[in-house]
Each structure stands twice: as structure tokens, then as C-alpha cells.
Design a protein around this ligand. Structure first.
Ligand code: SAM
Length: 309
């Protein structure tokens, strides 16, 4: 299978990270290697890039690209960026920049062994790596109606969460993506299907993917660990595609740029929190119209960045 992924907002990411010869960077979401390879070329032989991904397929693809492009300064690690501190070898304990490009790659979406897409028949496995490979099936076949509906509502903002959850439960056991699609179809009213701009199963599939991979939890765990690994002047860039992810990043960056986090009712600061960063993006950057035209996936991308003091 050929690995397919067009990097989103590559120019903007590189402009903010500003890689120079000899510097060190961490790419927490290797994917198709778009950011990693560009960083590696710019830091040269004396610099280094650590690239992490949960997905064996991404690691295997990167090994091939590294060989083809004769690069000697990339270290690949299979693991979860939520456990960043444990994955980082000593030489990456203080780095010039860290980047995350969240969500899934086009190669994963196309993978017939996984159930990310509702467009083809596949087993119910929406895990990025091996860690959670049975989780989607457990959520779909074992969760109580309220818990399933909460996932669809919270992570997918799905209006018909309760009715879809009811239909999923009625159709159990569900074994494949097409059986799941049929159950979702019975939970969405025909008029809503006709009026929806996106496919009526999109939000449910997205919600199940986010829950399977604990995507929000991993992002929350990652952010403070990343901050610790940055040198003074080091930069952290996050590209996200979901409003809940963007909110987590926005709030973390806002708090870390403040000297005190006490509630307004407290007259004198008791938290002693000190600002560690400056915000580089008061508002998130978005992809250009030109990029969105050539890569529609860039449409919902939001880029936020900070610099460590
Ligand atoms: C959108 S792709 C990254 C694309 C990459 N920037 C490029 O230019 O090709 C996201 C990647 O992050 C990986 N990923 C998602 N969550 C992860 C996590 N918690 N830890 C490690 N990798 C993760 C996915 O497996 C996927 O390969």
C-alpha cells in the first residue's frame, strides 16, 4: 500500500519553528513525515529530529523515505506523545522546538485493515496504534446507551446521538464498519440526511475515533511535558482539527502565559504561578484559500504557537 498524506500548513509550521543548522526538534506526530523531513533537511548533519508515532505503518514508511533521501539525523520512536517524557532519549531533553499535527493521516483513513472510513468495509478498529486496537469494538458492542450517546454528543457534536446510540445497541453485535454505518443510518432522520452538508455518519465515526484513542486526554498530558523539554526561546506549535482540541491548546497557552492563575475573587496571589511562555498566535492561524483548494483536509486546521521564556 502506498502511503498517502499531504502535510497541512507546512510553510507556516516551518516559519514559526525557524529550524537552523545544528538545532534539535521533536515531531510528536510523524504521519507521512512531511514536517519531520523538512525539519531534518534544515537542521543538517549536526542537528537532530526525533519523530514519534503510534502507528507502525508511519514508522515503516518513514524508514523507507529516510533511506531514499539519505538522511542521518532522524530518530524514529514508536509510542504515544501522551507519554512524551518517557519516550525522549537524553539528547532530546532540551530542544529548540516541538510540533504536533493532530488527528489521523490520509494513509490511515485509506487503510482497509482499519475502520476509520465509512466508505469501505473494514473491521471495527479505529486505533492509531496497537494499544487500543480492540477499543472501538468494545465501545460499540459493550457500552451502555447513555455512555455511547455521550461520546457521540461530546466528541462528535452529533444532534441525533441518543437515537443513533439506540440503533447501535439494537443492532449488536456489530462487527464491521458497514454494519455500523447501517445502524447509524437508522438513527438519523431522512430529512436530516438530505439537508446535511457532510455525510450523516461523519460525526459518529469521528467521535468513536477520538474516544478509541483518548485523543483529548493524550493532548492534555502532552502539553506540560512538551513545555518542560523546550529550551528558553524554544517553540511549540500545535495544528488541530477539532474545536475541543483547539480549546485545550488555547487554554493551556493562555494560562502558561500568565503570572497568576488565582480566581478573580482572591485579592492577593496565592498560586505563585509564573508565566513561562509568550503566545505567538493571539488568534489561531488557518490555512490559505490556495492550500484549502488543493488539500480540503486543511479547511478545519487551526495552528497555535508559543515561545518559551
Ligand atoms: C495528521 S498525521 C501527521 C501528519 C504529518 N505532520 C505529516 O506531515 O505527514 C497524525 C499522525 O499522528 C499520529 N498520532 C495520533 N495520535 C498520536 C499519539 N497520541 N501519539 C503518537 N502519534 C499519534 C497518527 O498515527 C498519525 O500518523
Amino acid at each position: 500500500m502506498t502511503y498517502r498524506h499531504i502535510p497541512v500548513m507546512l510553510k507556516e509550521v516551518i516559519a514559526i519553528l525557524g529550524p537552523k543548522p545544528g538545532q534539535k526538534f521533536i515531531d510528536g506526530t510523524l504521519g507521512g513525515g512531511g514536517y519531520t523531513l523538512e525539519l531534518a533537511k534544515r537542521v543538517g548533519d549536526k542537528g537532530q529530529v526525533l519523530a514519534i508515532d503510534l502507528d507502525e505503518l508511519a514508522i515503516a514508511n518513514a524508514k523507507k523515505l529516510i533511506k531514499e533521501q539519505v538522511l542521518h539525523n532522524i530518530k524514529l520512536v514508536k509510542g504515544n506523545f501522551g507519554q512524551l517524557a518517557d519516550l525522549v532519549p537524553t539528547q532530546f531533553k532540551k530542544v529548540d522546538g516541538i510540533v504536533l499535527d493532530l488527528g489521523l493521516s490520509s494513509a490511515q483513513l485509506d487503510d482497509p485493515r482499519r475502520g476509520f472510513s465509512f466508505l469501505r468495509e473494514a473491521p471495527l478498529n479505529m486505533a492509531f496504534g496497537d494499544e487500543a486496537k480492540e477499543k472501538t469494538e468494545v465501545i460499540i458492542n459493550r457500552y451502555r446507551a447513555e455512555d455511547l450517546a455521550a461520546i457521540l454528543k461530546d466528541y462528535g457534536e452529533e444532534r441525533f446521538a441518543r437515537s443513533i446510540a439506540k440503533q447501535i445497541i439494537a443492532a449488536r453485535p456489530i462487527k464491521t464498519s458497514q454494519e455500523l454505518l447501517a445502524a447509524i443510518g437508522r438513527g438519523v432522520p431522512a430529512a436530516a440526511k438530505r439537508q446535511s452538508k457532510i455525510h450523516w455518519a461523519t460525526k459518529t465515526f469521528q467521535a468513536l475515533r477520538i474516544a478509541t484513542n483518548d485523543e483529548l486526554g493524550n493532548l492534555e498530558k502532552f502539553l506540560p511535558q512538551a513545555l518542560k523539554l523546550l529550551k528558553p526561546g524554544g517553540r511549540l506549535v500545535i495544528v488541530s482539527f477539532h474545536s475541543l482540541e483547539d480549546r485545550i491548546v488555547k487554554n493551556f497557552f493562555r494560562d502558561e502565559a500568565k503570572d497568576c492563575l488565582c480566581p478573580p475573587a482572591v485579592p492577593v496571589c496565592i498560586c505563585k504561578h509564573q508565566a513561562q511562555v509568550e503566545n505567538l498566535t493571539a488568534k489561531p492561524l488557518v490555512a490559505s484559500a490556495l492550500e484549502i483548494k488543493s488539500n480540503p483536509r486543511a479547511r478545519s486546521a487551526k495552528l497555535r504557537a508559543i515561545i518559551k521564556k
